[in-house]
Design a protein around this ligand. Structure first.
Ligand code: 0X9
Ligand code: ZN
Length: 467
């Protein structure tokens, strides 16, 4: 028995070439990343028909698109006649190297030196909360489909400010399981907001007057699965029936859901939208927390890869009614990123800059709670990226998150603190009356487009309640 098994494997050849199995059971030996120049929708469909996994998404004439393809599909790719180059000969090599490294504890000694699994991330949330009493608490938003808790770190100073109207800002990462850099960037933001509280007055004022919830892993079932079974898993782990698994939770949000342009009704698709809007518990949790806040003020959703700052709409090429605001804040974020390591991120509306996405979070946050919000696509040429990219990527995105949070606080913060000095007192009444006298638009408290006596009443009401 034994001998013949060995002979058989020798005859198979490929078995010999296979390295020792390490890590995720699903292997990508010989899979290539190909960079294809695509000009038309038909050409895109012809590549997707090969079962190719689309890794980058900007599909427009002259901009090459990366796909991962199985080795036995290369002939068929040749047959399409599309020009392409192979940018990675064997995807599995980097997966194996990553796995071996992490199995040995990862590189470096500091927390951000290498990627972290779900348990390690949860432990670090607890560590940060324990080290920062009065500023940070772990919030359990509820369970995923498979019963893992979706956890966040709530950063706020409840001893200061007015929690009944304080703006709430959400930073969430890892809706897509394989995008491992995204929870690292979220965790770095948590650590650094807390670390800089006592030394940076702007951050202190932000934490004193806003509530920030950081959810590093929005899709814990999928994330765990990428560590144990399949490094390139994207969706959650919903059993769709017929042997198909997973809903793309960033196609399941309930605004503009169900559009075939930007999502799929095919359960096998990597952009499968699920059976109904908000059918998936992971994003129900994020939605419910958002809607529970008295003054929800914003979200940044972290993904990888491609270096983009994106905003609504994703489901249509039409601009939103606030396109100018989206663009100016988004471009400030882009500049804040560039100032750190000189990396250029492309800023623009999702549909026109990247590709159509329907049922994505940016559309819901703008369409329902109605807040200016963004998706950031982080660094990489692959979802597997060198550990040495983690810290620079965290460093460059952190100032953009701080800028965004400060802007949101300013824009959606309590009107009673009219002069934005962090305190509500008679100086705010004077500042309001000055603005009101010269009919400055900041004095349009009720937002009806005119500055009149109704705004005086609205301001005094807000001032009395501290909101
Ligand atoms: O396709 C996506 O969901 C995101 N790209 S990724 O490569 N990380 O999968 C882009 C999402 C943009 N945001 C929304 N449209 N909500
Ligand atoms: Zn993503």
């Amino acid at each position: 028995m034994r001998v013949s098994a060995i002979v058989l494997s020798l005859a198979a050849g490929a078995v010999l070439a296979q390295p020792l199995a390490t890590g995720p059971a699903v292997r990508y030996d010989g899979y290539k990343v190909v960079r294809v120049t695509i000009d038309t929708e038909e050409q895109l469909q012809s590549v997707l028909a090969l079962g190719a996994d689309q890794w980058t998404h900007e599909v427009r004439p002259g901009v090459p698109t990366d796909f991962m393809v199985a080795p036995d599909k290369l002939d068929a790719l040749d047959a399409t006649g599309l020009p392409y180059e192979i940018v990675n000969e064997d995807v599995q090599r980097a997966v194996d190297a990553e796995n071996l490294r992490l199995r040995d504890g990862g590189v470096g000694r500091a927390w951000f030196d290498d990627f972290k699994n779900l348990t390690q991330i949860n432990d670090y949330l607890d560590t940060l909360a324990a080290a920062n009493p009065g500023l940070a608490t772990v919030v359990d938003l509820g369970d995923s489909l498979q019963g893992r808790s979706i956890r966040g770190l709530r950063i706020a100073n409840d001893a200061v400010g007015n929690s009944s109207c304080e703006p709430s800002i959400l930073f969430n990462a890892c809706q897509h399981a394989r995008e491992w850099i995204s929870p690292m960037v979220a965790m770095y933001a948590a650590e650094h907001l807390l670390a800089e509280y006592s030394t940076n007055p702007d951050i202190q004022s932000l934490i004193d007057h806003a509530e920030i919830l950081i959810v590093p892993i929005s899709n814990p079932d999928g994330y765990d699965y990428t560590w144990t079974n399949n490094r390139y898993w994207r969706k959650n782990r919903r059993a769709n029936g017929g042997g198909s698994f997973g809903v793309d939770i960033n196609r399941n949000w309930g605004y503009g859901w169900g559009n075939n342009n930007g999502s799929s009704g095919d359960p096998n698709s990597d952009v499968y939208r699920g059976t109904a809007p908000f059918s998936e518990p992971e994003i129900q949790r994020l939605r419910d927390w958002t809607l529970s806040r008295p003054n929800f003020a914003g979200d940044v959703d972290l993904h990888s890869y491609g270096q983009y700052v994106l905003w609504a709409w994703g489901y249509t090429s039409q601009p939103t009614s606030e396109a100018a605001t989206f663009s100016s804040v988004g471009n400030q974020m882009k500049q804040a990123i560039k100032a750190v390591h000189n990396r250029t991120y492309t800023a623009g509306q999702c549909y026109t800059t990247l590709y159509p996405v329907s049922g994505g979070s940016i559309d819901w946050f703008w369409g329902d709670p109605g807040v200016i919000n963004y998706t950031i696509e982080l660094r990489g040429n692959d979802f597997v990226l060198p550990a040495s990219e983690i810290i620079p990527n965290c460093e460059e995105v952190f100032p953009a998150l701080v800028y965004y949070a400060e802007w949101s606080l300013d824009h959606y913060g309590p009107v009673s603190d009219f002069n934005h000095d962090g305190a509500v007192n008679t100086l705010d009444v004077l500042a309001f009356l000055n603005a009101w006298t010269i009919k400055d638009s900041s004095a349009d408290i009720n937002g009806d487009g005119t500055v009149n006596t109704l705004d005086v009443t609205a301001f005094l009401n807000a001032w009395t309640s501290g909101c």
